[in-house]
Ligand binder design. Structure first.
Ligand code: MZP
Length: 502
């Protein structure tokens, strides 16, 4: 047998040691943009995420509502594959067809509005994108786009007007339409309409400015942006019925696929990726996993996986380690695999993003995962708590809970995720059926979490994920210092508060 040196650790056994932060290091300046799919040195990934979060490929997590809500925040949901291929494709299509959230004229911005008023409106409507006209109606020729990137509440005068942020812009051709822009934010505008969905940077987008004579151009602002703006969504596949499932998902518009398996270091994954490459070349993007060591990473990277998922047995609902005795502490697995990814990049010039899957309990675990090298994270329990997960909200002993069950539980019966491939075999349970505390809307939850991640990045002097990975200084902690890290030697008055502040 081979014995791995040292013990394997989980996230809770690590802490970040702060580094030097310049005055530029404020959360508003932090970008969480991250690659989702493989790319060559000097090139850009074909698909990126604006926040490093994807939702787990699980019945109790990722349906249509999760797809829309998460894409709106700049992440991506993987619609669960433990349903018929037709039903899964219908969910993918529903996300792709979802109309972007434009507010109607009563909440339209005008160039005369102050930024304070804009922010209040944004808060009220919950929409990040708003058509703006100079007469208060949504009908008007496009003037430009106002983004919150231009707006730093701490430094800028909240009494500044929307018009103050407009910059001159030349004509623009979108599809076969010719649009004259007299003012716009170039970067945002071109990104939005020509490439990824507008929601991509919804965080930053305050408004879109239209002018009165829009009618003469016969442009419907909603149509113009829904034509070009579609939510991104992923979908889970398995190593058995891919020949039937993949074409339906591709047809439905899935942006990226992921082979969903509890153990991915197998020939079945190779065969699945090969089939996709033969049929679609590199046009169809597919991630693979899960693996927990450098060898497994290299195997899947060589197979052509677009990203590789790390994690066995660390999921909150997972009992694989207890049932089969396989797995590895998530932090150690991640560190090992990310090192292998960097070596692979050095050697081949191909960067294969790594996804840390499962075992994230506290928000700070996300910052740790990114610091350890993860490009993005897959989360089950975290997203299951929100309104947008497909499960029921129930009252258990006076507290609201959401149901959350594993794909390997008797309830999901997703046995194909747990045996490797080939003909169906005898199966046994590797997951549990559970409750998780209800946590309200995804938008609020994700907003709060990412603010924490960004401010911790600032403590480390990092304004991007890449910079965090370069600059982060991590230390293992003893079990006694873990006790020291919580409230201790005091009688906490409100136990609820001590749990929720994390
Ligand atoms: P977590 O975010 O709830 O800790 O973990 C979610 C991850 O657990 C999923 O993305 C998947 O990899 C894994 N999972 C899903 N179902 C099971 C199971 O039933 C499981 N054992 O381990």
């Amino acid at each position: 047998a081979t014995f791995f040196p040292g013990v394997s650790h989980t996230f809770s056994e690590y802490l970040l040691v702060p580094g030097y932060s310049s005055s530029e290091c404020v959360p508003a300046n932090v970008s969480l943009k991250t690659p989702l799919t493989r790319f060559k040195r000097g090139e850009q990934p074909e698909i990126s995420l604006n926040i490093p979060m994807v939702s787990a490929i699980m019945q109790s997590v990722s349906g249509t509502d999760m797809g829309v809500a998460l894409a709106t925040q700049g992440g991506l949901a993987f619609i669960y594959g433990s349903q018929s291929a037709e039903d899964e494709a219908a969910m993918v299509k529903a996300v792709k067809d979802h109309k972007a959230g434009f507010v109607e004229s009563d909440s339209t911005l005008t160039p005369d509005m102050t930024l304070e008023q804009v922010m209040a409106l944004k808060e009220k409507t919950g929409h990040s994108t708003m058509p703006v006209t100079d007469d208060g109606s949504p009908r008007g020729r496009l003037l430009g786009i106002v983004t919150s990137r231009d707006y730093r509440p701490s430094r800028d005068d909240p009494q500044k007007r929307v018009a103050d942020f407009m910059t001159p812009r030349q004509d623009l051709i979108v599809g076969d339409r010719h649009i004259t822009l007299s003012a716009a934010n170039d970067i945002i505008w071109e990104k939005k309409l020509n490439a990824l969905p507008v929601v991509d940077e919804a965080d930053h987008l305050i408004g879109i400015v239209f002018r009165k004579d829009y009618d003469s151009h016969k442009i419907n602002p909603n149509e113009l942006l829904d034509a070009n703006k579609r939510y991104m969504v992923g979908a889970g596949i398995n190593t058995r019925d891919y020949a039937e499932r993949v074409p339906l998902l591709v047809e439905a518009g899935a942006d990226v696929l992921c082979i969903d398996s509890s153990e991915g270091f197998s020939e079945w994954q190779k065969l699945t990726i090969e089939w996709i490459r033969e049929r679609y070349g590199t046009e169809v993007k597919v991630g693979a996993g899960n693996i927990v060591d450098a060898e497994g990473f290299r195997f899947l990277a060589d197979c052509g996986a677009d990203f590789v998922k790390v994690g066995i047995g660390g999921g909150s609902i997972c009992i694989t380690r207890e049932t089969k005795g396989i797995g590895r502490g998530q932090a150690t697995a991640l560190i090992d695999v990310c090192r292998a990814r960097d070596e692979y990049f050095e050697e081949t010039g191909v960067y294969v993003p790594v996804c840390s899957d499962g075992g994230i309990v506290y928000d700070y675990h996300m910052t740790l995962a990114l610091a350890m090298g993860a490009d993005f994270m897959m989360l089950g329990r975290y997203f299951a708590r929100f309104d947008e997960s497909p499960t029921s909200r129930v009252n258990v002993n006076g507290q609201y809970m959401k149901e959350y069950w594993g794909e390997g539980s008797a309830r999901a019966r997703n046995w194909q995720r747990y045996d490797l491939g080939g003909a169906a075999k005898l199966s046994f349970v590797e997951g549990v059926d559970s409750y998780v505390p209800y946590a309200g809307s995804l938008k609020d939850g994700v907003g709060g979490t990412l603010y924490k991640v960004k401010s911790t990045m600032c403590n480390c002097g990092a304004l991007s994920i890449k910079e965090l990975q370069e600059k982060a200084r991590l230390t293992l902690v003893s079990s006694t210092s873990i006790v020291e890290g919580g409230a201790h030697d005091v009688v906490v008055k409100d136990t609820q508060q001590s749990v929720s502040y994390r």
